[in-house]
Design a protein around this ligand. Structure first.
Ligand code: URA
Length: 198
C-alpha cells in the first residue's frame, strides 16, 4: 500500500498525506488503530510516535511478539484535524483501503487498538470496559478471524491501574495468537444502550 496516493476525493480528510499500513506481509496478527497522529503524519508510518513506542513495548513484553511480525494500520489513513477522533463518514470513506489490507493479509488475529477501531470492527456501540481483552469470532473479509479489543497504549500512561488493563489486554492477545484463549461469538455482546442513543 506504501506508494499509493489516495483517490477518495469525497472524504472530508482528502488532501492530507495518507499514512498507509506497514509491517509483515504474512503477519501473525494485524493491529488496527484509529488514525495517524502528528508523528505518524510527519514520518508516514503508523504508530511511530509515543503511543507507537508504548505499543512496540507491550507487544514485545506482554504479547511476546515483535512488532516486525505484525501488520499495523489505522481505520483512516489521513490525520484528522486537532487530533480528534475520526468521524463515521471519514471511516466509511476510507474503509475500502482497510478491506483491501485485511483481504491481502488475511490475519487470523486482529487487535483493535482503542474504542473507535473496536466499535467499528465489531459494529457495536460498547464501552472498552466491557470488551477489552476478550477475543471474539469475526467473519472477516475473506476468512474467519478473531478480534481482540485492546485499550489504546496511551490509556496506560494515565495511572498504574490503567496500565494494568493494557498489560492484561496485550497478554490476552498473545494467548489468543498461541491458541491458549478461545474466542466467543460476537453476537454475545449486548450493545451499551446509553451509547446507542448518541
Ligand atoms: N494512535 C492511533 O490510533 N494510530 C496511530 O497511528 C498513532 C496513534
Amino acid at each position: 500500500m506504501k506508494s499509493r496516493t489516495c483517490n477518495m476525493e469525497s472524504c472530508p480528510l482528502h488532501g492530507g498525506r495518507p499514512v498507509w499500513g506497514a509491517g509483515s506481509s504474512s503477519p501473525i496478527c494485524m493491529l488496527i488503530g484509529e488514525a495517524p497522529g502528528p508523528d505518524e503524519d510527519t514520518y508516514g508510518t503508523p504508530f511511530c510516535g509515543k503511543s507507537g513506542q508504548e505499543l512496540t513495548m507491550y507487544l514485545k513484553q506482554f504479547t511476546k511478539v515483535s512488532r516486525e511480525r505484525c501488520y499495523i494500520t489505522n481505520l483512516v489513513k489521513c490525520r484528522p484535524p486537532n487530533n480528534r477522533d475520526p468521524h463515521v463518514d471519514e471511516i466509511a470513506a476510507c474503509e475500502d483501503y482497510l478491506t483491501i489490507e485485511i483481504a491481502e493479509k488475511n490475519p487470523s488475529v486482529i487487535g483493535t487498538v482503542g474504542r473507535v477501531a473496536t466499535q467499528w470492527l465489531l459494529e457495536i456501540k460498547v464501552t472498552m470496559e466491557r470488551v477489552h481483552g476478550i477475543p471474539f469470532r469475526w467473519d472477516g473479509v475473506i476468512g474467519k478471524s478473531i478480534i481482540v479489543p485492546l485499550y489504546h497504549p496511551a490509556y496506560g500512561l494515565h495511572s498504574p491501574r490503567q496500565m494494568r488493563d493494557v498489560i492484561e489486554d496485550f497478554t490476552a492477545l498473545g494467548r489468543v495468537i498461541r491458541g491458549q484463549l478461545k474466542p466467543r461469538a460476537n453476537n454475545d455482546i449486548e450493545p451499551d444502550y446509553k451509547l446507542e442513543e448518541e
